[in-house]
Design a protein around this ligand. Structure first.
Ligand SMILES: Nc1nc2c(c(=O)[nH]1)N[C@H]1C(S)=C(S)[C@@H](COP(=O)(O)O)O[C@H]1N2
Ligand SMILES: [Mo]
Length: 426
């Protein structure tokens, strides 16, 4: 595994050979890009954990639209209103009515529009941030991709506070958001939350918000800046980048663009372990420890543990179904979760751990680890494997005791199938 672009002095090295499972080192996360490296063998093979905060440019990018908004430059970028100075967001009410039940359209006392010259701009949003700003740690994960995209500290203003700029709201049942789409109806990419999800946040949970910072820096154009929506509990498709328009509607149906792909348009992030690819198809010398690493996302139901199962196989095997008897009856062994870091050392200067949602005010530590809608790395060291071909799998167990991919095995609700990697001991 290749470490990130950080200097050697920033990492803690560990001689796996001298340590038992259960004694991962205290991680040394000094910078946002620091990775911990587990030194696995005299042969110099190394395995590393992922940095807790993914640098903005290292997120896996999932973007539609032609040309890609982040490929625009100069005047085109200004005309697209995608510079900090030109950014505007309209907030309007949908005239939708439908006989016989929906007779009254949604309304806003004061819509914010380009035409009226009062569309929301960045200075006003930043001003709101001084009194209503929120910061929190959240993983980005696509409903349709079986690898976490990245994790960061996102900062911005809750959507419910922004909507107050529009005065009295009536007959609103859903709130939609759209990004830049080149004025082409075919390119519309829109997502929504219900009125309740927008206006009421359960204590200890995180609000929908308009983000303008990632890891303490202005949100880059690449990550959807100047401003993107963040819907903490959901997969990436709700977190609309290059935000330009919010509208409220009295249509109670969910017509998110993502619903068209047979996806569940009200998904929650799934508690699931994802296995790093580095181990796949590698040859290890007999006696050399084999280090399994990956990341576990904490979805709505939290993480109790991550566990692995390794088995010897004769040759390329038929893939086991997630509910195959072999998997259900196998003996799974707990993996080691990366410990919670010293947050004051990995956060940017602008944010103290106490200011982050989900953190204990007294200790500056997260109340749960990994945090809900966040992720951390896990690892396991496999020893004493005789020469042969092996398969290794990892799965998460949630706080309700369900093992991945239960209780919701439908993959169009979020990719959380049990992952397998094959390797050889020679
Ligand atoms: N405007 C816009 N927003 C968007 C998208 C898009 O194509 N256009 N893709 C969505 C999807 S499907 C995902 S998974 C996330 C990915 O976020 P990232 O590119 O920052 O990793 O952005 C979401 N927001
Ligand atoms: Mo996605």
């Amino acid at each position: 595994m290749k470490p990130e672009s950080t200097s050697f002095s920033r990492r803690n090295f560990l001689r796996i050979g001298t340590l038992a499972i259960g004694s991962l080192p205290a991680l040394n996360h000094r910078g946002n890009t620091a990775e911990s490296v587990l030194e696995t063998s005299a042969s110099g093979r190394t395995a590393s954990l992922h940095p807790l905060l993914t640098p903005s440019s290292k997120f896996v990018d999932v973007s539609r639209g032609e040309p890609r908004p982040h490929s625009l430059e100069g005047v085109a970028l200004e005309e697209a209103r995608l510079t900090p100075e030109t950014w505007r967001c309209e907030i309007t009410a949908d005239p939708f009515v439908e006989e016989p039940h929906t007779k009254l359209p949604a309304s806003l006392a004061k819509p914010l529009t380009h035409a009226a010259g009062n569309a929301l701009d960045l200075p006003l949003l930043l001003e709101l941030g001084k009194t209503h700003g929120v910061h929190f740690l959240k993983a980005m994960q696509c409903l349709n991709i079986d690898t976490p995209l990245g994790q960061g500290i996102w900062s911005g203003v809750p959507l419910c506070e922004v909507l107050k700029l529009c005065g009295k709201m009536q007959n609103v049942r859903r709130i939609y958001f759209l990004g830049f789409y080149n004025n082409d109806p075919k390119q519309v990419f829109k997502s929504s939350v219900s009125y309740t999800q927008c206006m009421e946040t359960p204590p200890g949970d995180l609000p929908v918000f308009l983000a303008y910072q990632l890891n303490g820096s202005p949100l880059s154009l690449l990550r959807g800046g100047p401003v993107r929506m963040i819907v903490p509990w959901s997969h990436g498709y709700k977190s609309i980048k290059w935000l330009q328009h919010i509208f409220v509607t009295n249509d109670p149906r969910n017509s998110d663009t993502y619903a068209n792909g047979n996806n569940d348009p009200d998904s929650y992030l799934k508690t699931a372990a994802y296995v790093d690819k580095e181990i796949a198809n590698k040859k290890f010398k007999e006696g050399e420890p084999v280090v399994l690493t990956g990341q576990v996302i904490s979805g709505l139901s939290g993480v109790k543990r991550v566990e692995y199962w390794v088995r010897r196989v004769e040759d390329k095997q038929e893939k086991l179904a997630d509910d195959a008897p072999e998997i259900l009856q196998a003996e799974w062994t707990p993996c080691e979760l990366e410990p919670q870091p010293d947050w004051s050392r990995i956060l940017h200067a602008a944010v103290r751990p106490q200011q982050l949602l989900g953190f204990d005010q007294a200790t500056g530590k997260l109340l749960t680890w990994p945090p809900r809608y966040g992720m951390c790395s896990y690892s396991a060291t496999l020893r004493d494997l005789k020469p042969g071909l092996y398969e290794v799998r990892a799965r998460a167990v949630d706080l309700n005791g369900f093992t991945q991919p239960e209780p919701r095995p439908a993959q169009k609700n979020g990719k959380n199938a049990i992952q397998v990697r094959q390797f050889e001991v020679v």
